[in-house]
Design a binder for this molecule. Structure first.
Ligand SMILES: [Mn+2]
Length: 337
């Protein structure tokens, strides 16, 4: 996992949920690529995870975005490139699971660990349709072959570091990024373009996108990726406060010993919370939905309506299910730092 101080809430939920669902008999070895987390915050975070899982060990690696200063920023930072330093930072490690910190684990990581297959450089889940379509256009425009069935999202990905070192994959990826302009998903695009024959597909439950999260996914157990839907960053009419987001805040609140409302209020104003929730409820209620989209259109927000319609293939999650999931988490009170 990689995080800076701004993403600490994400790191807490990602690691706490992984620890909660992980088999207690495994050693959960967490490698944190630290882009500038305060020491007090890191200690409070480590204590919290140790309270959740009996066998957890931490390794903290200071990393700097400056190493990748010549590559384009992604969502305002270069932390995405930290995946590329794993093979160097962990010279004696064969396999590693990399996980972004906009995740919520509702499944045992030990089960994913068993899926590792040494014929691949990288194993991951197919990306969402929107992304695959965008990438298909870009690949075609650049005269590159594209296999839409094998285009993966690197947000949660399992790497064979041994093969990466042997096959000199990293220089090849950097080279690709430096020689192509207008790359849409920096190192992910490069990984898919250069390693396509060494990519293994994982079952879909190892990455369910929050924008399309259904009740059944939660009940069956999956890993949720809040891709383009970060629960602590944006709310408003076009980023509605969905049930998937409420689920994230419920877990965040639980492990930090606060109320769901308290978790939301940490990041957003009351007005924004109300608007975002109302927007969500309107856009999932059958009749209201058409009225709402029509209203937005005549008020001159047609782009906003279209965006919402496109994103709004969300399903509702029952309150009972959210409570059941949340109660699996130990009630903690993370030292405020
Ligand atoms: Mn992500």
């Amino acid at each position: 996992m990689s995080s800076d101080q701004n993403y600490v809430s994400g790191l807490i939920v990602t690691a706490a949920s992984m620890a909660t669902y992980a088999d207690n008999n495994i050693v959960l070895s967490l490698n944190i690529l630290d882009g500038g987390i305060n020491d007090e915050t890191f200690d409070a975070f480590a204590q919290l995870i140790q309270r959740i899982h009996p066998n957890v060990e931490f390794r903290r690696f200071p990393v700097s975005e400056m190493e990748f200063a010549d590559l384009p920023a992604w969502s305002g930072s270069r932390m995405t490139y930290m995946r590329l330093v794993l093979a160097r930072l962990l010279p004696d490690v064969e396999f590693v699971i990399y996980c972004d910190v906009d995740f919520l684990w509702l499944r045992d990581v030990a089960e994913l660990w068993k899926c590792r297959d040494s014929q691949y450089v990288l194993q991951s889940v197919k990306d969402m349709d929107d992304t695959v379509q965008k990438e298909e256009c870009w690949f075609r425009k650049n005269g590159l072959p594209f296999n839409s069935e094998k285009y993966v999202c690197c947000g949660l990905s399992m790497y064979n570091l041994e093969r990466i070192r042997e096959m000199k994959v990293i220089p090849c990826i950097l080279d690709f990024m430096r020689s192509h302009s207008g790359i849409q998903f920096p190192d992910q695009t490069a990984m898919n373009a250069t390693q396509s024959q060494y990519i293994g597909l994982l079952p879909g439950h190892w990455q369910k996108y929050s924008l399309f999260l259904a009740e059944q996914d939660v009940v069956d157990g999956c890993v949720v990726h809040y891709a383009g839907d970060i629960p602590w960053k944006r709310t408003g009419i076009t980023s509605p406060l969905s049930d998937a987001m409420v689920l994230w805040h419920a877990v965040h609140a639980r492990v930090r010993g606060m109320s769901v409302w308290g978790s939301l209020a940490m990041f957003f104003s009351v007005r924004k919370i109300m608007m975002a929730r109302l927007s969500y409820l309107m856009s999932i209620t059958p009749v209201m939905r058409s009225v709402y989209f029509w209203l937005l259109k005549i008020l001159g927000h047609s782009i906003c309506a279209a965006k919402l319609k496109m994103r709004n293939r969300r399903f509702s999650i029952r309150r009972r299910t959210i409570v059941t999931v949340t109660e699996r988490f130990p009630l903690c009170e993370m030292a405020s730092a």
